[in-house]
Design a protein around this ligand. Structure first.
Ligand code: ADP
Ligand code: MG
Length: 307
C-alpha cells in the first residue's frame, strides 16, 4: 500500500549546523508514529519539512507517493498541522476560527458550515461556543487547534508536542481525543516529550538522536530490545558492591543520572530480588515491567526525557 509519508535520507543544515543527518521514516495509512528524542535532535525540523514550512537540502520526501517538490501547494491539502505555536485568533469565537480556516483551505461555504458544525460537536467545543478563544484554557485552545488542523480532512495529521503546554487533566483529555482520531483511522505523526504518552498513543515509535533515527518499531518490538523483562530501580549508599552482586547474579546493570537500574528476567518478584541482594546495602527498591522509558535509555542512551 502507498505510504502516506516517506522520508528518505533527508539532510538539513542551518548554516553550518547539520541538523538532519540522513533522516528516514515511513508512515503507512492509519499508523500513529511517534518521534522521540532529546531536545534539539531535530524533531520539529522534520515536522516543519513535512508541512512545507521549511525546505531541506538533500534527500526525498513523498506524500501519498508524490515528491513534495512536485506537489506544490497541493501538499497543504494533504497535511494538517498542529504545532506548538498556536495560530488561533484570540478575539474570535471558536466557530469563527474554524470558519476562517475553512475558507483559507478552500472549502465551499456549504462544506465549511457543515465541517465547522461537525468539528464543534465532535470536539465538544459547543460548550464554549460564545467564549472568545483568548479566554479559553490552554487545554481547550489546544483542542480547538486540533480541530482547526483537521478542517480540510487531511490524509496526514502532524502534531508537534500536542500536550506539552497543558496541565495533567487537559493532557488526559487530549490523549482520549487523539486515541479517538487514531481509532477512526486518522494517520498521525507526532513528536512527544512524554514517553508514557508515546507508549499510550503510538502504533510505532521512532527514536531519534542527532538528526537521525537510531531505532524504530512498535512499542513491544522496542521493549524486546531491552535486555530484561523487568527493571528494579535501586537506591543504595554502596553502588559498587550492589553492582558487583547484580553482575554475579547475571543481571544487566545500568546507571543513569546516579540511579541504579537492574534489568531482570520477568519471573522475579520483589521478594526474590530483595533475597538475592541480601547482605548488600539497599535503602529502597522498586520493580516494574520494562517500559518505553527503559527502551529509550537503552537505545538512545539519553536520560533527559526521564520523569
Ligand atoms: N530556524 C532555525 N535556525 C537555526 N537553527 C535552528 C532553527 N530551527 C531549529 N534550529 C536548531 O536545529 C536543531 C534542531 O531543532 P528542533 O528540530 O527544533 O529540535 P527538537 O524539536 O527535536 O527539539 C536545534 O539545535 C535548533 O537550535
Ligand atoms: Mg521541537
Amino acid at each position: 500500500m502507498t505510504a502516506v509519508l516517506e522520508i528518505d535520507n533527508v539532510h538539513k543544515w542551518f548554516g553550518s549546523h547539520h541538523v538532519l543527518d540522513g533522516f528516514s521514516l515511513r508512515v503507512g495509512p492509519g499508523e500513529v508514529v511517534g518521534l522521540l528524542g532529546p531536545n534539539g535532535c531535530g524533531k520539529s525540523t522534520v515536522l516543519n519539512i513535512v508541512s512545507k514550512l521549511l525546505s531541506f537540502d538533500d534527500g526525498q520526501v513523498r506524500l501519498m507517493g508524490e515528491p513534495l517538490s512536485e506537489l506544490g501547494h497541493r501538499a497543504r491539502g494533504i497535511v494538517g498541522v498542529c504545532s506548538q505555536h498556536c495560530a488561533l485568533y484570540p478575539d474570535l469565537l471558536p466557530a469563527e476560527n474554524l470558519r476562517f480556516f475553512a475558507r483559507l483551505y478552500g472549502l465551499s461555504d456549504k462544506e465549511g458550515t457543515q465541517r465547522v458544525a461537525e468539528l464543534m460537536r465532535s470536539f465538544e467545543l459547543d460548550h464554549f461556543a460564545s467564549t472568545r478563544v483568548g479566554q479559553l484554557s490552554g487545554g481547550w485552545k489546544q483542542r480547538l487547534h486540533l480541530a482547526v488542523s483537521l478542517i480540510h480532512r487531511p490524509k496526514l495529521l502532524v502534531l508537534d508536542e500536542p500536550t506539552a503546554a497543558v496541565d495533567l487533566e487537559a493532557r488526559m483529555d487530549l490523549w482520549r481525543l487523539i486515541e479517538g482520531l487514531r481509532d477512526s483511522g486518522t494517520t498521525l505523526l507526532l513528536t512527544s516529550h512524554h514517553l508514557v504518552e508515546a507508549q499510550r498513543l503510538c502504533s510505532r515509535v521512532a527514536l531519534m538522536r542527532s538528526g537521525k533515527v537510531v531505532a524504530e518499531g512498535s512499542v513491544p518490538e522496542l521493549l524486546a530490545r531491552v535486555p530484561g523483562q523487568a527493571v528494579a530501580k535501586v537506591q543504595s549508599e554502596d553502588h559498587a558492591a550492589l553492582m558487583q552482586r547484580a553482575l554475579d547474579l547475571g543481571w544487566t546493570v545500568r546507571q543513569h543520572t546516579g540511579q541504579l537500574r537492574l534489568l531482570l528476567p520477568g519471573d522475579l518478584g520483589l521478594r526474590d530480588i530483595v533475597e538475592a541482594l541480601d547482605g548488600t546495602q539497599v535503602s529502597a527498591v522498586s520493580v516494574q515491567a520494562v517500559t518505553l522509558e527503559d527502551a529509550y535509555l537503552e537505545l538512545v542512551g539519553d536520560s533527559s526525557l526521564l520523569g
